[in-house]
Design a protein. Structure first.
Length: 579
């Protein structure tokens, strides 16, 4: 069978799409399971592709036997629109919805949208494979109704078959890295906690199944051999089992995988040994759901069940070991007020996060918050007939207004940016010599975030001074390439060219083949009129457009028009050739 998977577009445009751009890892596992059984599978990442005319052409050209849509909540309407297009141009091709956004609305989808033929409810590998094989054998609907975890229409009415059992050993699933390349990986499925805003408790039944360290690291190694060296570990709580985490880290080091990665954890699932091994194995950042500084909101309203002591301990450990701690805060919650927002700001000042994301409390199908919403408002799933991605909690609470919640968010962000220099200046890294190269890398990355990353456009006091300090601190620990380069550029921009030359020459002692250091040094030399010396650095890279254009300027300053033209000709040829 020829299977086409589509990750449909999100209803609302996003100024930054990093959180919606990657394909769901579950889609790769599903595609790998099908390929392992000999089916032809193609995946289209249409997260921002809204041209329905072109979509129609693509679908007719591909002409699959089955079309599957991966549905969250925000791309539900994108999936519905594309399903209708698919039915118009390929009326005999079955359309299947799956994913968390389809699982909790299977009845709603089959009731209101005739273009959707089937919905996979819950974990998809076994159910979808069984459906494909039944469709290939042209089984009747009675036989299809025997497939577990499948929603379909029987006698014109939505019907859900018996629940599908979870796959007990997820190591038995074919490794999607054999077939595909991706950066978002998981080493486990499920979460044991019961937060009211999350669909995981109902989707995974609060059960957690783990890949063995060997399976997971083998997957990382396959991807690494394909040229991928940075990963997002998307487990709900990566650090749930201490010994397993340490074994994963040991395997990464043993296999000499020069990778970096980020993970998600809970503050009460972390200790010093875990943090040490994660940093050694390349972990750069751990994200924690802090949610609120109000103990009542955090633990009674959101059911997070976290003590402030555990929050402070986790952030202190990450800061000490050079792992960037990211705090997630939620605002606009039941009972939110200026006082509770101030409590969040006070907690922020105590834990000193080095990255922060704030979200307005959303209501999604499948969550306890949604069940409460339906009871409070006497609503049902028909609310999703509106072309909306979600429902903000404050829209359902007469005690909160949009303007008020907007002010709450503004206060949180302003407090973070204004206090960021203090958060950085209070860093005290552990004195372990084997971690010194990692400390240098950590401080350099933090400085680069201020200059070029997510904090570059934010109003942070004395940003340049802070970045310079971080680069210098990095070099106190270890000779870091980007720290030398970062200082060289800062001094250059301040027109401290001699100082720039000195630091860049120091860097070249450790990294003599670095094009970036040579070119940056040449620029400082050019500003001082030392064009012949600058050429000594630039001509080392005859295939570099950046070096050639500057070499041409040097020759022009020296009056050598012929060589200037030679450089410009090569530069133009490289530019026309492209990457």
């Amino acid at each position: 069978m020829k299977i086409l998977f589509i990750y449909p577009y999100f209803l609302n445009d996003r100024p930054k799409d990093y959180d919606v751009r990657p394909l769901p890892i579950g889609l790769y596992y599903l595609a790998a399971a099908l390929r392992h059984q000999g089916h032809h599978v193609e995946i289209l990442n249409w997260y921002n592709f809204k041209d329905l005319i072109q979509a129609r052409k693509h679908l007719k050209t591909l002409n699959p036997d089955v079309i599957g849509f991966s549905i969250f909540n925000a791309n539900r309407w994108g999936g519905i629109d594309l399903a209708q297009i698919a039915k118009e141009c390929l009326p005999d091709v079955p359309v299947v919805f799956g994913g968390v956004g389809a699982t909790f609305l299977w009845q709603h989808l089959l009731t209101h949208f005739p273009a959707i033929d089937y919905v996979i409810v819950g974990e998809g590998e076994q159910s979808f494979l069984a459906l494909v094989e039944a469709l290939a054998a042209r089984e009747n609907r009675e036989r299809l109704s025997q497939i577990k975890g499948l929603a379909l229409r029987l006698n014109g009415r939505p019907h859900l078959t018996a629940p599908a059992e979870f796959i007990p050993d997820i190591d038995q699933l074919p490794d999607p890295a054999r077939y595909f390349s991706f950066q978002h990986v998981i080493s486990s499925r499920g979460c044991p906690w019961n937060c009211v805003f999350c669909g995981s408790p109902r989707f995974w039944k609060r059960k957690v199944r783990f890949h063995t360290p060997e399976y997971f690291v083998e997957q990382l190694e396959r991807l690494y051999r394909k040229g991928i060296n940075f990963f997002y570990v998307s487990d709900d709580t990566f650090t749930l089992k201490k010994e397993r985490v340490i074994r994963i880290c040991e395997q990464i080091l043993k296999r000499k995988l020069r990778i970096t990665w980020q993970a998600i954890s809970r503050v009460d699932c972390l200790d010093e040994e875990i943090v040490y091994w994660m940093r050694r194995a390349g972990c750069l950042q751990i994200s924690f759901g802090v949610e609120s500084g109000s103990e009542k909101i955090r633990n009674k309203v959101l059911n997070k069940k976290l003590t402030e002591e555990s929050i402070q301990k986790a952030f202190k450990l990450c800061r000490a070991y050079g792992i960037l701690p990211r705090a997630y805060f939620i605002y606009g919650c039941p009972g939110e007020s200026r006082k509770t927002i101030q409590a969040s700001i006070n907690l922020m000042k105590r834990i000193k996060p080095l990255s922060m994301l704030c979200y307005i409390l959303d209501i999604y199908p499948g969550t306890a918050l949604y069940e409460d919403f339906k009871k409070r408002t006497q609503s049902n799933d028909d609310v999703w007939l509106k072309r909306i991605e979600d429902i903000m909690y404050y829209e359902t609470d007469p005690h909160l207004s949009a303007e008020q919640v907007h002010r709450f968010g503004k206060r949180l962000h302003e407090a973070f940016y204004q206090n960021f220099p203090r958060f950085v200046e209070s860093l005290r890294l552990v004195n372990k010599k084997e971690l010194f190269p990692y400390h240098a890398d950590f401080l350099t990355r933090l400085a680069m975030t201020l200059r070029y990353g997510e904090l570059a456009e934010k109003e942070i006091p004395e940003k340049e001074r802070l970045a310079e300090r971080l680069f210098r601190q990095a070099l106190d620990y270890y000779p870091d390439h980007h720290a030398f380069l970062g200082l060289g550029v800062i001094y250059q921009q301040k027109r401290w060219f001699e100082k720039s030359i000195t630091i860049l020459e120091q860097g070249l002692k450790y990294f003599p083949e670095s094009e970036q250091l040579h070119v940056c040094l040449a620029v400082s030399l050019m500003h001082l009129g030392r064009f012949k010396e600058a050429l000594e650095h630039l001509l080392l890279f005859p295939s570099s457009p950046e070096a050639l254009i500057r070499a041409a300027a040097c020759y022009e300053a020296l009056g050598d028009i012929i060589r200037r033209q030679e450089c410009l000709t090569r530069w133009q040829a490289l530019k026309n050739k492209g990457p």
